[in-house]
Design a protein around this ligand. Structure first.
Ligand code: Q9C
Ligand code: ZN
Length: 335
């Protein structure tokens, strides 16, 4: 299996996050990626595919905001990471406001996704990592590849950041595959959290079906998306599937959900699969509440591989850093 990793992804070092009303150390640390790299062994660096494939998914105003927000924050005399504190509630007027705090509200879904001096560079190279890992699949020289992306992407929408995510790496790769001739590209999301950004991006489209298994959003982040009745609209009606599981789910509870998700993916008859993989379903994850064990990931990998589709595995969450390398290696070896 080809793996892609780019060291520029380590420039993003969020300092802290707002948690239960106070500050705690940020869970999405640079060592996540380096420990996975150590476990998978060889990886090639990302090739620069430029901004076009990013703009094919993300609003140009949002991309400019992301690129410049930290410099503007510093120019406003602020220290540390840029972070919003006021948000436009649904159905407020679409005002064009240039104050950094207003723009942070306009383009953010939450306050756990800070923008530091290195954030744009890392997010950019994470997107390039996904695009680089896609190339051999489109070229027919590989059946499976692994994009070791950091920061993760699946909570980022076309014009918003959130959930530790800035650019939606999986969506950018799926759209790039469509633009280069893949007929239908399915996205299967096995992160512990619902991939709300990916769902939003493809909500009205039938050409990129989205299937996700995640913790019930009535109980967990991102709360406002990912409920079982959300199925897509317009040309995308029926092309979104949300399978929700309770806290405490172990492999015995996960298996039937995965079988259902795999059947849904198969029903869409895709030409290519993008797999948003999070290892935050692990029993020892410090911020999540499922109970998969390291050995279980090999089973999940084998089940996904049995679809027989060209597959791009895109790294999403997973915060038990000490076990993260072993969990990801177990999943990839299952292929
Ligand atoms: N106390 C991914 O796994 N949790 N993102 C906020 C605040 C946010 C996780 C908890 C979790 C986001 C890619
Ligand atoms: Zn997650």
């Amino acid at each position: 299996m080809i793996s892609v990793f780019d060291p520029r992804q380590s420039a993003h070092r969020p300092l802290r996050e707002f948690h239960n009303g106070g500050w705690s150390d940020h869970a999405e640390v640079p060592s996540r990626a380096t420990t996975i790299l150590g476990a998978v062994g060889d990886a090639v660096p990302a090739a620069d595919h430029g901004l076009d494939p990013i703009h094919a998914v993300h609003d140009p105003g949002y991309v400019t905001f992301l690129r410049t927000a930290h410099a503007r924050w510093a120019a406003a005399g602020r220290e540390g990471d840029a972070i919003g504190y006021v948000w436009p509630v649904v159905r407020r007027r679409a005002l064009t406001l240039s104050r950094i705090d207003a723009e942070l509200g306009r383009y953010s879904a939450d306050a756990v996704t800070p923008i530091g001096a290195g954030t744009w560079d890392s997010a950019y190279w994470a997107a390039q990592t996904a695009l680089t890992a896609l190339d051999p699949l489109l070229g027919g020289t590989a059946r499976t590849s692994f994009a070791l992306c950091r920061p993760p992407g699946h909570h980022a929408g076309a014009d918003y950041l959130g959930g530790y995510c800035y650019l939606n790496n999986a969506a950018i790769a799926a759209q790039a595959a469509r633009d280069q001739g893949a007929g239908r590209v399915a996205i299967l999301d096995l992160d512990y959290h619902h991939g709300n950004g990916t769902q939003d991006i493809f909500w009205t489209r039938g050409d990129v079906p989205f299937v996700s298994i995640h913790a019930d959003p009535a109980q967990d982040f991102p709360f406002f998306w990912g409920h079982a009745d959300e199925a897509g609209e317009d040309a995308g009606a029926g092309a979104t599937r949300n399978i929700v599981l309770p806290h405490g789910t172990d492999i015995a509870g996960y298996r039937p959900a995965l079988a259902q998700a795999i059947a849904a993916v198969r029903g869409f008859a895709p030409d290519l699969l993008v797999l948003s993989f999070g290892a935050d379903t692990f029993a020892g994850d410090p911020i999540c509440h499922f109970a998969l064990e390291t050995g279980d990931y090999a089973e999940l990998g084998a089940i996904v591989a049995a679809l027989g589709l060209p597959t791009l595995v895109v790294m999403e969450g997973g915060y038990a850093v000490d076990a993260l390398g072993a969990n990801v290696a177990s999943f990839l070896n299952g292929f």
